[in-house]
Design a protein around this ligand. Structure first.
Ligand code: CA
Length: 224
């Protein structure tokens, strides 16, 4: 899953990045509002974590501008979790009315942040169940486990993230670009064969036929 973090506080930001990367998320971290708005309009993320007090452009402004379509830039529909130090009802209402999907008041627990990210992602892909089931396969994002026919399969975090992305888009081709960004975000120097290697390893562990290559485009998990 690819996350955009917008936070100008170095300590909080690096804490979140380290924590989420540990769980296999690709995290891109920006520190001001203008850069965040540009990134949102140009790139695809699964979830945005947005601080409100930001240099250059306030978080609420970023949210309002991202959520309206002005004909020139696309309307951003990515789920947004707002981080704020302001814990008044008014601020929360303003935030939600401006297009935030959820709220977390500083200081917060990283595990709670993680749980809220999972819930947002679930809602966004229209999945009411906390686990993804497909045939013999069951993926549990919270426990970070995968079972095939009831047997636990150990997957490294990147293979796990890759499989989750494909299973959230069953019946649709996920492009190579989107998959690489799911794994690495804007990280540079990612070998162009890395994705093939992950897919190859994944197929060995969960069965050769689940993931189909769409030549020149990407990969797909076909509907039954
Ligand atoms: Ca701030």
């Amino acid at each position: 899953m690819r996350i955009l973090l917008v936070e100008d506080d170095a300590l909080i930001g690096s804490g979140i990045v380290t924590y989420l990367k540990h769980y296999g998320y690709a995290v891109d971290w920006l520190k001001d509002g203008s850069a965040a708005l540009r990134a949102l309009q140009m790139d695809e993320f699964d979830v945005v974590i947005l601080d409100l007090g930001l240099p250059k452009k306030d978080g609420l402004e970023v949210l309002r501008e991202a959520r309206k379509s002005n004909g020139k830039d696309k309307k951003v529909t990515t789920p947004v979790l707002v981080l704020t130090a302001r814990d008044t009802v008014d601020d929360r209402i303003t935030g939600l009315d401006s297009g935030a999907d959820d709220y977390l008041t500083k200081p917060f627990d990283l595990e709670e942040l993680h749980a809220r990210i999972r819930a947002l992602q679930r809602r966004f892909v229209n999945r009411a169940e906390p686990t993804i089931k497909f045939g013999e396969l069951e993926l549990n994002p919270a426990a970070h486990t995968i079972t095939v026919g009831g047997n636990l399969v150990n997957l490294p975090r990147r293979e796990f993230a890759l499989l989750q992305k494909l299973l959230e888009n069953i019946g649709q081709v996920v492009s190579r670009e989107v998959l690489s960004q799911t794994l690495y975000g804007w990280e540079e120097d990612v070998d162009s064969n890395t994705l093939e290697v992950h897919i190859h390893n994944l197929r060995k562990k969960i069965g050769l036929n689940l993931i189909r290559t769409v030549r020149g485009v990407g990969y797909i998990v076909d509907k039954f």
